[in-house]
Design a protein around this ligand. Structure first.
Ligand code: IPE
Ligand code: IPE
Ligand code: MG
Length: 262
């Protein structure tokens, strides 16, 4: 139903070459897990006199490029914030477009995921997501579950507060059923009840679009993530910006509350 809104497929479908200057990077200190708040699509589109959805479509292309770049750099996990639990507040036409875009992205990228050994995972609630999107999600999981390369962890209908609430309910149900004692609830029990179970916490959080906030992303997990914010809008974000973020990360001293990092 959104066919008219989607931009025509480009004739040249060749993937853009990944251009990165790695000369100043310490390849032994690459963040394992990078979380990205993919923000600024609407403003990017508006700046060129286009409708917001045009920006979302461009943003999906950026994600494809950045996953390839991250893989080249040796990053193990990319968590990408695609749709928040609060984004339902947007006009229904924009929400529907985003759902259609997700569905198309998951369909079209399967070949790429397979070729590049990408394992796709999802964090967030399935509640309220169109059946078609859920089917594509299940299909992407099934098709990539044995891949051993980079993990693309997509946050869809995700909110950090909703995730913690869900974890509290899960743990409380275990206690109510007599399978868990209150005094046995520790950090590990909580982490095992989060959507990110089994993943290391993000080392680096990137927010394009310039806003100095977290917007309910990975609240528990980013406790000690290094934060890098740029005014560049997500559709304009390039592998070079990813390198810039990692260079900044490598210049930081991570103390985790202690006094020395080395
Ligand atoms: C991020 O871009 C994408 C989603 C939230 C789905 P926005 O749509 O928030 O773009 P801006 O922040 O309005 O420019
Ligand atoms: C965060 O961006 C959510 C995603 C990128 C999916 P928002 O645009 O929704 O965040 P706010 O409203 O500016 O905090
Ligand atoms: Mg935004």
């Amino acid at each position: 139903m959104f066919k008219g809104l989607f931009q025509k497929k480009k004739v040249n479908t060749a993937k853009p070459e990944i251009v990165m200057d790695l000369s100043n990077l310490d390849l032994n200190n690459i963040p394992q897990h990078v979380a990205i708040i993919m923000d600024g699509n609407g403003r990017w589109a508006k700046a060129q006199g286009k409708i917001r959805t045009y920006g979302h479509q461009a943003g999906a292309e950026t994600l494809k490029t950045i996953v390839r770049a991250a893989d080249k750099l040796g990053i193990k996990v990319i968590s990408a914030y695609a749709f928040s639990t609060e984004n339902w507040k947007r006009p229904v036409t924009e929400v529907n477009f985003l759902m259609e875009l997700l569905s198309r992205y998951l369909t079209n990228e399967i070949v790429e995921f397979k070729e590049n050994n990408v394992q796709v995972r999802f964090i967030g609630s399935r509640e309220g997501l169109p059946a078609k999107v859920q089917e594509k999600m299940d299909h992407a999981i099934a098709e990539t579950k044995d891949n051993t390369g980079i993990i693309l962890n997509l946050a869809i209908n995700y909110g950090g507060q909703a995730e913690i609430l869900h974890a509290v309910q899960t743990v409380a149900a275990e206690v109510a059923a007599g399978r868990l004692q209150v005094e046995d609830i520790d950090k590990q029990v909580v982490e095992d009840a989060l959507y990110t179970r089994g993943l290391p916490p993000p080392d680096l959080l990137i927010r394009p679009g310039g806003d100095l906030r977290i917007s309910n992303f990975l609240l528990w997990q980013i406790a000690y993530a290094e934060i890098w914010i740029t005014d560049v809008f997500w559709p304009d974000f390039t592998p070079e910006h990813l390198v810039d973020a990692i260079l900044a990360y490598q210049g930081r001293e991570r103390r985790f509350g202690g006094l020395i990092s080395k």
